[in-house]
Design a protein around this ligand. Structure first.
Ligand code: NIG
Ligand code: FE
Length: 411
């Protein structure tokens, strides 16, 4: 049951020795093999190398990849794919001059999505979410993290997490679930934020743990949403159940969320559009992955994460979509990689490393996906005929993917 890809113009992100993540200067190295072969057996990468060494035993399937490149699938470590309906109305409001903050204060934003989700059945929510997951798979995503946070009640948060669990069971891509009950304070708790946090800690978290519904815990640490003290409270509560932090920080304001994340050994701190020098310094020599979400900056017209400054300071960086109905209604990692190059001045090598191996690390999947390494899951992108991998970010907005393979099977 082995498949051979032969005559691959260039095999990208080849890591013979497995790496966990890449930082600083290491990010500018993207190892490749030109004129390569790749063997997939039982869904895993079994062998690869130069065509001169291509094995000549018999294969159940041989795919001639002349002129085309293969790279590991994108690893999207930050999404909110499970949501109900959309918010095109707010999109037009913003075109007409309202800010994201003004819309949220008028009852739009996260609360608008929560209202829709609460009124949607679990089955309908699953169907809507499954369509989005299939769409991002077709765009080259081969591992994904999905958050709750549009429920904001016991039942609706659990409904979201159960939908994520069902997606995990029904799709062959690795999916990680994050509990983001502290995404916004619902109307019912408008003047009682502490009561809401208590409800999350006492009524939702134990059920999340009991049904094994999440690996990670998140909070929107932001002015007008949740403070650093709230963040520490939630992360401490999650810790009791073994939930590892991956948190929303520094999107609009820098209030110390980065430091709170590091204190609680966050696997990642995400957004980082507003970075003070001290935030960059705090992240140095930690195991916390900074994650940039350039599609969100693009859609909201807010600053981009200062990737150049961060990488030049020796930090690692991962790229993810933030796919959600409010700030990023797009799960296209190809666009993310392009935008990182165009707007954040990352090189194609840095952007591809950030969207593969570093993304894998940001969801605890660096041993399973994110590079061409023997024993890793064969989740692969086969490109159309292109001259160089730099053409992928260069030709922004155009899909250079011919086929995607999950566990070596065309999907
Ligand atoms: O990551 N920043 C917080 N949460 C989402 C957006 C939420 C929404 O507007 O629905 C984000 O951008
Ligand atoms: Fe987000």
């Amino acid at each position: 049951m082995a498949t051979l890809f032969k005559n691959i113009k260039e095999l990208i992100q080849v890591r013979t020795e497995a790496v966990s993540f890449l930082s600083g200067k290491e990010m500018s190295e993207l190892p490749t093999i030109k004129n390569a072969f790749l063997v997939v057996e039982n869904g895993l990468i079994a062998d690869f190398g130069a065509m001169d060494n291509c094995p000549n035993n018999s294969f159940s399937k041989v795919i001639d990849s002349t002129g085309k490149m293969i790279l590991p699938s994108w690893c999207d470590s930050h999404t909110h794919i499970v949501y109900a309906g959309n918010r095109e109305g707010e999109f037009v409001d913003r075109i007409n001059g309202l800010s994201y903050e003004e819309i949220a204060n008028n009852g739009g934003g996260i609360l608008n999505s929560a209202k829709k989700l609460q009124a949607t059945s679990e089955e309908d929510l699953y169907q809507q979410s499954k369509a989005r997951l299939e769409e991002v798979i077709s765009l080259g995503t081969g591992a994904v993290e999905i958050k709750s946070g549009y429920g904001l009640t016991v039942d609706a948060e659990l409904k979201m997490l159960r939908v994520i669990k069902r997606l995990k069971e029904n799709y062959s891509i690795p999916i990680k679930a994050t509990f983001l009950g502290a995404h916004a304070v619902p109307k019912e708790y408008k003047n009682n934020k502490d009561g809401y946090l208590e409800m999350l800690i006492n009524d939702v978290l134990p059920k999340v743990a009991e049904e094994d519904l999440a690996e990670y815990i998140d909070i929107f640490c932001e002015t007008g949403y949740f403070t650093v003290a709230d963040t520490e409270l939630i992360l401490e509560a999650g810790k009791k159940y073994g939930l590892i932090p991956k948190i929303h920080v520094n999107q609009f304001t820098a209030i110390g969320g980065v430091q709170a994340g590091i204190k609680y050994n966050a696997l990642s701190v995400d957004h980082l559009e507003e970075m003070r020098d001290e935030d960059i310094a705090s992240l140095q020599n930690t195991t916390t992955m900074p994650v940039a979400l350039p599609s969100c900056s693009y859609f909201l017209s807010i600053p981009y994460t200062p990737a150049r400054k961060m990488i030049d300071a020796g930090l690692p960086l991962a790229l993810a979509t933030d796919f959600n109905p409010g700030s990023t209604p797009s799960g296209n990692m190809n666009f993310v990689v392009s935008t990182a190059c165009i707007k954040m001045k990352m090189t194609p090598e840095e952007a591809i490393n950030a969207a593969t191996i570093n993304g894998a690390y940001a969801m605890g999947l660096e041993h399973k996906v994110g590079s061409i390494t023997k024993g890793k899951q064969a989740n692969l992108i086969l490109t159309k005929p292109i001259n160089s991998y730099g053409f992928i970010p260069y030709s922004f907005g155009v899909n250079q993917i011919e086929k995607v393979y999950l566990k070596g099977i065309e999907s």
